[in-house]
Design a protein around this ligand. Structure first.
Ligand SMILES: [Zn+2]
Length: 203
């Protein structure tokens, strides 16, 4: 079955975090699953990310014509990004021990890239042509090391996705209030009702 790449699946705030979040419920070995397990989904994810991450990408479209070929490097960047920045989100600091693997994966993503990034208005290069997905993913992942980004990284307490809190007072709690915020509210409401009815609160 193909994945429906809805806006909710792009609530990480950066391409690299949305990619990390393609593994669902990482903390639960029973329920976890990988939305990129079928490499064809990498190309479909890249198409959707071209739209939902257009601002980050400066309007440059992502392309993944051979998703099976790039799958190993994409998954390596995804997993090393998740390890490094999930740790950074909880500790508020970057562990140097996790950096070499991350940097090697990013270097591999950029190994065949011949473009120019970070020019004013062209953060990922010329928007007239597409950029290879694995190269853009590496650029996005490396940008997580910049400035105060680590201080703004959060882990959603409901779904455990990583996201960037860009709110002015750094008070965003959920990856997506409309999905995770409401689910928590609903389950709290359910527990209260069960308790009031004399039933078990353990749900
Ligand atoms: Zn969430």
């Amino acid at each position: 079955m193909t994945v429906s790449w809805t806006p909710h699946r792009f609530t990480g705030g950066l391409l690299a975090l949305d990619t990390a979040n393609t593994v669902v419920l990482r903390g639960d070995p029973q329920k976890t699953f990988d939305r990129l397990k079928d490499p064809a989904e990498i190309a479909r994810f890249a198409d959707a990310a071209s739209v939902f991450r257009a601002a980050e990408l400066g309007g440059r479209r992502l392309e993944a014509p051979l998703p099976g070929k790039i799958a190993p490097v994409v998954l390596a960047i995804r997993e090393t990004t998740d390890r490094l920045f999930r740790g950074a989100a909880s500790k508020g600091a970057v562990a140097t021990g996790d950096l070499p693997g991350f940097l090697e994966a990013c270097a591999e993503g950029l190994a065949h890239s011949r473009t120019e990034i970070r020019a004013p208005g062209r953060p990922f290069g010329d928007p007239a042509t597409p950029i290879a997905f694995e190269a853009a993913l590496a650029v996005s992942a490396l940008s997580l090391l910049q400035g105060d980004t680590v201080a703004r990284l959060r882990v959603c307490p409901n779904c455990t996705w990583l996201f960037l809190d860009r709110s002015r007072n750094s008070s965003r709690l959920w990856c997506d209030m409309a999905v995770c915020g409401n689910r928590q509210k609903a389950s709290r409401h359910y527990r209260r009702r069960r308790t009031a009815a004399g039933g078990t609160a353990n749900v």
